[in-house]
Ligand binder design. Sequence first.
Ligand SMILES: C[S@@+](CC[C@H](N)C(=O)[O-])C[C@H]1O[C@@H](n2cnc3c(N)ncnc32)[C@H](O)[C@@H]1O
Length: 276
Amino acid sequence: MESAGLSGVGGTSLGVARARAWESRRPDRLFDDPYAAAFAAAGGTGDGTPPAPGPHRARLAFHVIIRTRFYDDYLLAAAEAGHRQVVLLAAGLDTRAYRLPWPDGVRLYELDLPEVLTFKERVLTGRSAVARCERITLPADLREDWPARLTDAGFDPAAPTAWLVEGLLVYLTAEEAALLLTRVGELSAPGSRSSFERNNAASMIAEGDRTGIEEYASLWKGGLGQDTAGWLIDHGWRTEVHALSDVAASYGRPVTGGSLSGFLTATYTPDDRTPQ
Ligand SMILES: C[S@@+](CC[C@H](N)C(=O)[O-])C[C@H]1O[C@@H](n2cnc3c(N)ncnc32)[C@H](O)[C@@H]1O
């Protein structure tokens, strides 16, 4: 995927920003991202005016919009419950550090590829954006040794963490996704929470017909596969599944035509496991 600002997998963050820009223009918006249109414009992907997307593109954009609000709610609930350490793995052009009403004492880490974070800082600095929590950005390839970077930056594995892995796993192989989530577990104090997509975006789209979304689909590597919830349970996480159709309906945006996709939220409870 290529655009004026970012290319390859980093460029997918611009597609997400563009969907958030469209949503932010709606009178009945589910969130307001005041920087999304600026990212899209700087990246050469438009100014937030919705084009007439094809059916698959529209479904992807719908998924992005519902998940944005879902993860907003998830993160704020974790903060309300006392979690003051937040880690966004593959933060992309996420602006939750700037737009959510965080309680005092939240320290939020954003990890993504160096070129994505450089692009993001350029746009945010140009808009004089001010974070509403302590924000720490860490350029890293999430297939490599990112835990060392995180702990060097002050992350405390003994404190409960709210992890968000939004829109990343599908761009990793099963082995890379399992390694990433294993590391999340190793860095998690009991009671830590995590959330991400239930199964990969490819499950939303019929195999073989990816018209209009080729630039994303060509980068998909499958992620953990279909049983992400089972993997989490086996690795010490108490897991809840949230169907996209239920979540969307709860926001007054019912899904038309059905959807297999959705989200997982999980709490790290390693001591609940039956001894082998
Ligand atoms: C679809 S975007 C989602 C971004 C963000 N979570 C959001 O929803 O706005 C996917 C993100 O994953 C990041 N990414 C993919 N592979 C990565 C890797 N190996 N290391 C770090 N970041 C990666 C890309 O740079 C991109 O920002």
